[in-house]
Design a protein around this ligand. Structure first.
Ligand code: ADP
Ligand code: MG
Length: 695
């Protein structure tokens, strides 16, 4: 009995008819007919009327009601594209791409013509574009060039409930645009009930509700905590596949690796079960998955089979897959969280919030009544999970945002109009998170002692990169190796280009080792790129060396775009030839805050915090057993041990840290003093500014 381990009502064996009707519908109806069937269609005219009469409207509707795909088209049909673009922002790249594609199909136009999308390093729009989907980060950067967003007649800020950092900052900026431009329309959409907060923020604007059309979902909790949620999810998926009526399955996992392991495991088990077991279409979806594979989740499963979609929380609200009636929820999600101990953001697995769990189970009730298996106990749900997810602005490093706001000439960040200001330090007025980010920017030389943007900082802000990477580029230019650093930065901006098929692991490891530059992973990346280039950027050369040619091509595109910006900024493009030590210096100049000293075999300790970390097994340093005294790292990954990835040797010229406890204390003391100086001067200059204003 597959329900044995789960608690809850179960009367889900009668749903077959509804679901079959739904898939029948998708198969036989034209796109135009499907559009008219969406819940938002029944309120189209009413909604347009409210938008005509109000500059800002909050729209609330269940996931799948048609907000993202339909509202841009409605605005176009109502004439808004005659005097500007209709823009729609998404917190996730995958959603922006996938939804733009769908809308271009519904409108019967080529993607990139009337309907396009723009995500970082990838702009698929043209002069014909009137409906533009983009990430919230892209729109935020556009406000740098065009503070009033004159090209747009309307912006839909989609998925506002996600509270991404960029969306939160956009709220404050767009509030000003609305006040300055009476012709401009802003629509904020949310899948959940925090809509009142959005309405209040914009001055009690109307909340328009799209009537829901959802079916009941049986929620079954695990009776005991699961030790291995991947294993538990695989088991449950097999049980559903073998014992339940037709209908697709959606499994929530936290990230790529787990998703791949889950897909592999399900496929393996089904194969072991042998003949007589119905086929299943097992489909992964995560942000780094190539877009042609992403599109597969929307394809219908052939007669007599079912889809099993294994997804990150992208399928929670951003993407709607029709036909899902079974959801398996592991209860976890990966989140970017700033870790003060390490002084940087880290992607870490956390229990999801209650709100997220409810969104996930709701995915089973879109086309008919459904069932959701939660792989955690009801007590964990009630007592261990937060009510709602903490907004990104309250948990991540803000140096990117701070640099951007400073570039927008918003000098006093502590008075910026945030819906929920970044965390406050106890007893201090200043947002601790903002102060910390300012300190980081100050260390990089982007801010001066009074918190103002330096010339270097202004240049850094021109690049769509994290501040340390932008600094690395500019340092490279200064040191005469911008050509090489440009390649390193581009390679760091794409997913790993090394290809490691499980059945040819040894062979591919050997191929990878041939590219190793003993003292540095950064230089290894440079080496790979240069070899690819001298082999005519060939795809067959990539396959022969276990490299992903798609990834390398992407790096080449990124490189071209960054090169463009450098040329516009008149930053010299220089090469150091074979003297790669210079490149290492440039890398050190931007990552010295992430430096570590050798302590034991393969073990390092962070120079500032003393936190231990380990080389990642895929690092060139690990592979060749070469362990320099000092290293800098680009990224930390949490695993059972805290491994370190992307390494480059740390030049002793940047740090004179001794092993002793007292020198570490000294170092921290120095840092505190420096920071106190900066904060003091900042407060002074702000006080002066206030006096001036008052005068
Ligand atoms: P909402 O934004 O309210 O969650 P959407 O506009 O995203 O709703 O979805 C409306 C409908 O469009 C859903 O039935 C969904 O399955 C369908 N849809 C959205 N994107 C795609 C796509 N790329 N391919 C096929 N169907 C899609
Ligand atoms: Mg949507």
């Amino acid at each position: 009995d597959d329900e044995g381990d789960y608690r809850g009502k179960s009367q889900f064996r009668t749903h077959m008819k509804t679901n079959e009707a739904a898939s029948e519908f998708a198969r036989t109806k034209t796109l135009a007919q499907q559009r008219r069937f969406l819940p938002v269609y029944s309120v189209r005219e009413e909604m347009l009327q409210v938008i005509r009469e109000n500059q800002v409207v909050v729209v609330v509707g269940e996931t799948g009601s048609g907000k993202t795909t339909q509202m841009t088209q409605y605005l176009a049909e109502d004439g808004y594209t005659t005097f500007g673009l209709v823009g729609c922002t998404q917190p996730r790249r995958v959603a922006a791409m996938s939804v733009a594609k769908r809308v271009s199909e519904e409108m019967g136009v080529e993607l990139g013509a009337e309907v396009g999308y723009s995500i970082r390093f990838e702009d698929v729009t043209s002069a014909d574009t009137v409906i533009k989907y983009m990430t919230d980060g892209v729109l935020l950067r556009e406000t740098l060039v065009e503070p009033d967003l004159d090209r747009y007649s309307a912006i839909i800020m989609d998925e506002a409930h996600e509270r991404s950092l960029n969306t939160d900052v956009l709220f404050g900026i767009l509030k000003k645009v609305v006040a300055r431009r009476r012709d401009f329309r802003l629509i904020v959409t949310s899948a959940t009930l925090d809509s009142q907060k959005f309405s209040d923020f914009f001055g009690s604007v109307p909340i328009f509700k799209i009537p829901g059309r959802t079916f009941p979902v049986d929620v079954l909790f695990s009776k005991t905590p699961q030790e291995d949620y991947v294993e538990a999810a695989v088991k449950q998926a097999i049980a559903v596949h073998l014992g339940h009526p037709p209908g697709d399955i959606l499994i929530f996992m936290t990230g790529q690796e787990e998703i791949e392991a889950t897909c592999f495991s399900i496929a393996e088990r089904l194969e072991q079960l042998g003949e007589g077991v119905p086929d299943a279409l097992i489909l992964p979806i995560y942000s780094q998955l190539p877009s042609d594979l992403q599109a597969k989740i929307f394809e219908r499963a052939p007669e007599g089979t079912r889809k099993i979609v294994v997804s990150t929380n992208i399928a929670e609200t951003s993407l709607t897959v029709d036909g899902i009636i079974y959801v398996i929820d592991t209860g976890y999600a990966k989140m970017k969280v700033y870790n003060p101990k390490m002084g940087m953001d880290a992607l870490t697995v956390f229990p999801e919030s209650q709100a997220a769990a409810n969104q996930r189970s709701g995915r089973a009730g879109r086309t008919g009544p459904g069932t959701c298996w939660r792989l955690f106990t009801e007590s964990a749900f009630r007592h261990e999970m937060l009510l709602a997810t903490v907004p990104e602005i309250q948990r991540t490093n803000l140096s990117n945002t701070v640099l951007l706001l400073k570039s927008l000439n918003i000098d006093n960040l502590l008075e910026f109009d945030f819906m929920d200001p970044p965390p406050q330090a106890s007893g201090r007025r200043a947002g601790e998170n903002i102060m910390h980010s300012m300190y980081q920017l100050w260390v990089l030389g982007a801010l001066d002692n009074t918190g103002g943007l330096t010339a270097l900082g202004r240049k850094m802000g021109e690049f769509p990169l994290d501040p340390p990477l932008a600094k690395m580029l500019l340092a490279g230019a200064q040191m005469g190796c911008s050509n090489e650093v440009l390649t390193v930065v581009s390679m760091l901006s794409v997913p790993s280009v090394f290809f490691r098929p499980p059945d040819r692991a040894e062979e591919s490891d050997a191929a990878r080792e041939k590219f190793f530059v003993p003292e540095s992973d950064h230089l290894t990346l440079l080496h790979v790129y240069q070899q690819w280039k001298s082999n005519g950027y060939r795809g067959d050369w990539c396959s022969a060396h276990f490299l992903q040619s798609k990834g390398l091509k992407k790096a080449k595109e990124v490189r071209t775009q960054l090169l463009d910006i450098m040329q516009q900024q008149r930053i010299p493009i220089t090469s150091c030839g074979n003297d790669w030590d210079v490149v290492r210096k440039a890398i050190c100049s931007s990552y010295f805050h992430q430096a570590a000293k050798l302590k034991g075999i393969g073990e390092y300790v962070n120079c500032r915090t003393g936190m231990p970390c380990f080389l990642h097994p895929t690092s060139a340093l690990y592979g060749l057993g070469y362990t320099p005294d000092y290293i800098t790292y680009h990224e930390l990954v949490f695993t059972s041990k805290e491994y370190m990835q992307w390494l480059a040797e740390m030049g002793p010229m940047f740090f004179s840290v001794k092993e002793t406890h007292s020198s570490r204390l000294e170092q921290r003391q120095k840092e505190r003093t420096a920071r106190a100086v900066m904060e003091g001067e900042l407060e002074k200059s702000q006080a002066e500014a206030r006096v001036l204003q008052a005068a």
